[in-house]
Ligand binder design. Structure first.
Ligand code: SF4
Length: 265
C-alpha cells in the first residue's frame, strides 16, 4: 500500500500521455486538495501505507513539495518512491536521492530524435538520472513503453539494453509495457503481445536479469524468475503476489542472491 500523490502539470509533453487530463493542465484546471507535507505523512500513516509515491504526472514539477514531504516521511519511517520521467537536473536529483528509497524511471526510447518528437525532452539527461540514482543507492527500476511505429524498433531496444549492461544495470528490473491508445495517439494500435515478447527476449539475451512485461494481466512475464535456475520466484497477478519463493533474499531452489528490497513478512 502506497500513499500516492500528484499535482497538475509535467515537464514533458508526451503524445501518448495516459494522464493527460492532469499532466497537460495547470493547477487551476484540476480538482485539488490542500495537503501540506506534515499532513501527507500523517495521512499515509493513518491509512496503513508504509510508503509515499510521488507519481502519475511528474514529481519534478512539484519538486519542493516532494522534497519536504520525503524528508518528513523518512524521519517517520515511511519510505519514498519516485515514479518519474527522469528529466531532472543533477543537483536537485542528488539532494532528493538522500530521502528516496526507490524510483521507477521511464526510458521512453534510446534515440534523441524520438525523445524529442514523442516527448519534447532529451535522452541524455535521463541516462544521467539512471546513473545518479544507482550511484546514490536508490532501488531502481526502468520502464520502457513500447508504442507501435514509435518506440518498437528492436535495434533501438537492443542498443538500449547494451548500454544498460555496459553501465552496470544488469540486475536493474526492466519493464516493457504495452501501449494503449491515449491522448494524441488515438489511432495507434495496442502493442501486440509478440512485440513485447521480442523486446523481452532481446533484453534477456543481452544479460538483463529481471525483465517484465507490463499492462498485460495474466502474462507469464509479470512473474519474477531466478536468473540462474529460471524457477518462478514471485508469482503475480496484477498487483497481487500469489506465491513467493525467496528466503532471506535467496532463491529457494538454487540459493542465488536475488537483487531486491525484501521485507520480513
Ligand atoms: S512524462 Fe509521463 S506524465 Fe509527463 S507527459 Fe509524459 S507520459 Fe505524461
Amino acid at each position: 500500500m502506497s500513499f500516492s500523490i500528484a499535482t497538475a502539470g509535467c515537464n514533458l509533453a508526451c503524445l501518448n500521455c495516459q494522464n493527460w487530463e492532469i499532466s497537460r493542465k495547470s493547477p487551476n484546471e484540476t480538482r485539488n486538495i490542500e495537503l501540506f507535507p506534515e499532513k501527507a505523512v500523517e495521512e499515509a500513516l493513518k491509512n496503513g501505507c508504509d510508503s509515499i509515491a510521488f507519481t502519475y504526472t511528474e514529481p519534478t514539477v512539484f519538486y519542493e513539495y516532494a522534497f519536504d514531504t520525503a524528508r518528513l516521511a523518512k524521519a517517520r519511517g515511511v519510505k519514498n518512491l519516485l515514479i518519474s520521467n527522469g528529466f531532472i537536473n543533477e543537483k536537485p536529483l542528488m539532494d532528493l536521492s538522500k530521502y528516496l528509497d526507490a524510483a521507477n524511471i521511464d526510458l521512453k526510447s534510446f534515440s534523441e530524435a524520438t525523445y524529442h518528437e514523442l516527448t519534447g525532452g532529451r535522452l541524455k539527461p535521463i541516462l544521467n538520472t539512471l546513473k545518479i540514482l544507482k550511484a546514490e543507492g536508490v532501488w531502481l527500476e526502468i520502464t520502457r513503453l513500447i508504442i507501435p511505429g514509435r518506440t518498437d524498433d528492436m535495434d533501438n531496444i537492443r542498443e538500449m539494453c547494451e548500454w544498460l549492461i555496459l553501465n552496470g544495470f544488469a540486475d536493474t528490473p526492466m519493464h516493457f509495457t504495452r501501449f494503449y491508445p491515449f491522448h494524441k495517439l488515438p489511432d495507434v494500435p495496442y502493442t501486440p503481445f509478440e512485440t513485447l515478447e521480442m523486446a523481452r527476449n532481446i533484453a534477456v539475451n543481452s544479460g538483463i536479469q529481471y525483465v517484465y512485461s507490463g499492462n498485460v494481466p495474466g502474462n507469464y512475464a509479470e512473474n519474477t524468475y531466478c536468473p540462474v535456475c529460471k524457477e518462478k520466484l514471485i508469482e503475480r497477478q496484477g498487483y497481487n503476489i500469489l506465491s513467493m519463493n525467496i528466503n532471506d533474499g535467496l532463491c529457494k531452489f538454487c540459493n542465488t542472491k536475488i537483487t531486491g528490497v525484501w521485507g520480513s513478512g
